[in-house]
Design a protein around this ligand. Sequence first.
Ligand SMILES: O=C(O)CCC(=O)C(=O)O
Length: 262
Amino acid sequence: KNISHACELISKAASTGAKLVVLPECFNSPYGVKYFPEYAETIPGETTNALKNCAKQNQIFLVGGSIPERDESGKLFNTSTIYNPHGELIGIFRKMHLFDIDIPGKITFKESDALAPGNQLTTFDISDDFRVGLAICYDVRFPLLASLYSKRGCHLLLYPGAFNMTTGPAHWELLLRSRALDNQMYVAGVSPAHDENADYKAWGHTTLVDTWGTIIGKCEMNEEIVYGEIDLEHLKTVRKQLPYLSQQRHDVYTLEEKKLEK
Ligand SMILES: O=C(O)CCC(=O)C(=O)O
């Protein structure tokens, strides 16, 4: 049901003119450590085959939010898949920082009880001068990861993510706007809608931020498609007027990406 619903909404977004469509974190399964083993799929699998067809039929770039993935060795990951308008799988990203937190009386979550972390950054190009980077939810709290994407030349950073009713109101928007300003990039946080009957109650509030830190697309807690324009001229202008990315003191500090095994 979730998969076919996602495909309907993807087609609706595409028919309105969207060229890149992004789904939320864990869109095909309930979000919870106890659910991951039951809902995990291989890639290719039922969900990713449907996404592939959806991207092809609608001739769009599609970022498949995330799904619980089971790899050939049986390990589980929180994984996002990316398709081009031909329906080809052009990349995957496995959530790098697992959501392990304990706020007594509010929320305790230990993703690492079920999942393994990914070790690699993932970018893809929409055109010669438009690069997109991808990370998932809790990853938004790690500014160095976003800075590595900036170093790789990204213009837009996508975070499929499901914040909750405790950290969502406090941090979701602030973090998305912060990553946009840190790196003078467009940043999108794409959340499932709030469901009062779910074990995990998502904050919703899908949000798109521009290079200036202004929110240019946003919804509340209900299911909604959020649309936005990515204006690369605006990005260039802001970077020229406020050139702090090129004013970093790499003689004093540096940021280094290490290449690990998958
Ligand atoms: O960082 C947070 O507060 C929420 C993170 C989260 O929900 C997740 O990683 O799925």
